[in-house]
Design a protein around this ligand. Structure first.
Ligand SMILES: Cc1ncc(COP(=O)(O)O)c(C=O)c1O
Length: 419
């Protein structure tokens, strides 16, 4: 079969795709020693799932189910949901947005595909523009989402060493350059894979840079406020007409509802809406239908503050405890976990790559995500890119501890072999 350039680019085997295939096969293997510490799935939180199920029953009782499944919404997404959400965000953050500042998509991944390719790539005047990630490592899902090759630019972080075997990446403003070829600045906050939350001052500086260069600042808020609010740092959430804030219902526990939310000026809203109209006709209605009453009645606060956030906080606390115990004798540091549901481990001076470590752990039924692919556009010869692992801590804590034990055993062999 002959494929177009588009066909070739989007069917190319990427490293991360192969990992996802591995994860899928591992899930199906039902091996008794299986430890799934990879993947980006939110955990199953039974209390949250019960609320979603109850909401679905209410939709049926109130004859709203037929509407949810039976009609195409407009290309910006269901209007009542957008009105209710705008009101909620205005009240919570003192913004002044309306429903026409909000467009829905079929998940954030879908939002980024639209945004990156509408803003960057080949321009009508023949120039070429790229999306800048000011702080690498960044969410691997961005890496292959450009219609053109070479769509992304990125910078190495400054690494700050902290107490308790922790470290934190910071934007290296001394080296950050924003040339005419940059179409937008984009960052995830909290960051997948590191759990970093860029500080308020750093974010304000990026906002100023974006405004002064007349390019938008895209903030990927998939794990942030107000939902799912899996964030443990002091983080202000600001919005202005130059900000494109991307939210999602996935990490609240609804990845199957495929609902992305883009909050932006009206020009961007119209752009997303036009793209949705052509590419999908209309965004999915299920997420909007499930969340409208919950937001309107304030039940969303109960869901995030009393169920989701404490669940991940407890998981994180036991992960840190296991980390400190299991890796005490090894040169392994943890990125300061400030949000999202991953810990990012830095195996200092690791004698093998983390891709090789991944393969060895896979043999022992422990699945992690090697760090290399998260360093989008960063020189792979920088050794740090081959020394990090991402661990999803949504697993039961005994599984997590068992997985950590296997990783530590393997690392002892690897570091011992070096000595
Ligand atoms: C930082 C980040 N952004 C976006 C996404 C995509 O989420 P969605 O399910 O809304 O497409 C993910 C999913 O893992 C993510 O971690």
């Amino acid at each position: 079969m002959k494929l177009s350039k588009f066909g070739n680019k989007f069917t190319r085997q990427s490293g991360i795709n192969q990992l996802m295939v591995d994860l899928g096969e591992a899930y199906n293997s039902n091996h008794p020693n299986l430890c799934m510490l990879g993947g980006g799935n939110p955990a199953f939180v039974p209390e949250a799932q019960a609320l979603f199920a109850k909401e679905m029953e209410l939709l049926i009782e109130n004859k709203l189910f037929e509407r949810m499944v039976g009609i195409y919404d407009g290309p910006s997404g269901e209007l009542t949901f957008r009105e209710v959400l705008a009101g909620y965000l205005n009240e919570k953050f003192s913004w002044q947005i309306g429903p026409d500042n909000i467009s829905l998509t079929n998940g954030s991944q879908n939002s980024f595909f639209y945004l990156f390719n509408a803003l960057g790539g080949e321009m009508p005047d023949g120039s070429f523009k790229r999306i800048l990630f000011p702080l690498s490592p960044e969410y691997v899902g961005y890496a292959d989402s450009g219609l053109s090759d070479d769509m992304f630019a990125s910078y190495r972080p400054k690494i700050e060493l902290l107490e308790n075997k922790q470290f934190k990446y910071r934007v290296d403003f001394d080296n950050l350059e924003i040339g005419d070829d940059i179409a937008a600045i984009c960052l995830s906050r909290p960051t997948n894979p590191t759990g970093n939350v860029i500080g308020n001052r750093e974010l304000a500086r990026l906002n100023e840079l974006a405004i002064s260069h007349e390019i938008p600042l895209i903030i990927d808020n998939a794990y942030g406020q107000p939902f799912p609010n899996v964030i443990y740092a002091d983080a202000q959430l600001n919005w202005n007409s130059n900000t494109i804030l991307c939210m999602s219902l996935s990490k609240l526990g609804l990845p199957g509802a495929r609902t992305g939310i883009v909050i932006a000026n009206k020009e961007i809203t119209n752009t997303i809406s036009a793209l949705s109209g052509i590419i999908t006709l209309a965004p999915n209605s299920v997420g909007a239908a499930l969340m409208t009453r919950m937001i309107e009645d304030g039940e969303i606060e109960h869901l995030t503050e009393n169920i989701i956030k404490p669940f991940y906080r407890q998981q994180l606390d036991s992960t840190i405890e296991s980390f400190e115990e299991v890796f005490a004798d090894l040169p392994v540091l943890m990125h300061k976990p400030e949000g999202a549901f991953f810990v990012w481990l830095w195996c200092q001076d690791l004698p093998i790559s983390t891709k090789e470590l991944y393969a060895r752990l896979k043999e022992k039924q422990v699945f992690v995500i090697p760090g290399e692919d998260f360093f989008i556009d960063i020189d792979p010869n920088w050794p740090h890119t081959q020394q990090c692992l991402r661990i999803n801590y949504g697993q039961p804590s005994d599984k997590l501890k068992a997985g950590f034990d296997v990783i530590a055993q393997e690392l002892r062999k690897v570091y011992g072999a070096k000595a």
